[in-house]
Design a protein around this ligand. Structure first.
Ligand SMILES: Nc1ncnc2c1ncn2[C@@H]1O[C@H](COP(=O)(O)OP(=O)(O)O)[C@@H](O)[C@H]1O
Ligand SMILES: Nc1ccn([C@H]2C[C@H](O)[C@@H](COP(=O)(O)O)O2)c(=O)n1
Length: 256
């Protein structure tokens, strides 16, 4: 069990402390107090985001916790990314990232926002990824690898900044499933999703480095919550054992 170096840095400002603030006020660049949009009931809910590389085992982890009462599971809306009104932006992005990266990532940003704001009844909401990793990992990767034009990156960044400045999107804990890119490559081939057949090991290596910069080295983008790192190269049985070991910590994340 490891807690990321970001633990201390962000401990003072995670979701619980924001919730404790007298209101949902924020102070903008001009020192004018404005209100963040808040969904009713957000004060009580614990939000846990499962982060990790492609095919690292996030869905399998969520499936395991879905058997627990009091947890509501929100998987990534990948079926929407594969079919929006008959179009497949995920497939298009892998075929021609320069042309379709902005299209997919705009839609990912919208659908992840919907996930964060979903009306859930259980006290704990466990989400696959977040609007934060969509921006800090996937959009960054497209831009840094030269596959997203600067203007597309600027427009997406403006949208992201507006959303995260004006809408209260609390996260209590990030669970980072830390894998080697090689493990993910093996699992990806085994899963055999049609759109992903073109993904080379190098792509998974880039995505891995971005996760490490964000959640372990804490050198790239803000980490919105404490991070629990779970080594995830192990076989399924060992992974389930680790999930069981961390169960209490995960379920009581809002007390961190
Ligand atoms: N610990 C594990 N050992 C071996 N295979 C795994 C393990 N966890 C998941 N898998 C398999 O790897 C593939 C990707 O797992 P999945 O949970 O879909 O990952 P993700 O949601 O992170 O993309 C699936 O075929 C799954 O059955
Ligand atoms: N912002 C994002 C989020 C996800 N994707 C891609 C990466 C995978 O092909 C797929 C999600 O699969 P998972 O990691 O959950 O197995 O969607 C992306 O391109 N941009």
């Amino acid at each position: 069990q490891t807690l990321c170096g970001s633990w201390r840095r962000w401990r003072k400002s995670p979701a619980r402390n924001q919730r404790r603030a007298l209101s949902n006020n924020i102070i903008n660049n001009n020192n004018i107090i404005t209100e963040k949009l808040v969904r009713n009931g957000d004060n009580k809910k614990t939000v846990v985001c499962i982060e990790g590389n492609i095919a690292s085992g996030k869905t399998t982890c969520l499936e395991y916790f879905s058997k627990t009462s009091n947890i509501e599971i929100l998987t990534e809306p990948i079926s929407k990314w594969r079919n929006v009104r008959g179009h497949n932006p995920l497939g298009l992005m892998y075929q021609d990232p320069r042309r379709w990266g902005i299209t997919l990532q705009t839609y990912v940003q919208l659908t992840m926002l919907e996930r964060h704001l979903a009306a859930t009844s259980a006290p704990v909401m466990m989400m696959e990824r977040s609007i934060f990793s969509a921006k800090y990992i996937f959009v960054e990767n497209l831009f840094q690898s030269g596959k997203m034009p600067e203007v597309d990156y600027a427009v997406l960044s403006e949208w992201f900044d507006w959303i995260t400045t004006n809408i209260f999107l609390p996260v209590d804990l990030i669970v980072y499933l830390q894998t080697s890119p090689q493990t993910c490559h093996e699992r990806l081939k085994q899963r055999c999703r049609e759109e992903e057949k073109v993904i080379p090991l190098e792509y998974l290596e880039s995505i891995h480095q971005l996760h490490e910069d964000w959640l372990i080295r804490c050198t790239s983008s803000p980490v919105p919550a404490p991070v629990l790192v779970i080594p995830a190269d192990h076989d399924l049985q060992k992974m389930l054992h680790q999930y069981e070991e961390h169960r209490d910590k995960i379920l009581t994340a809002s007390n961190l």
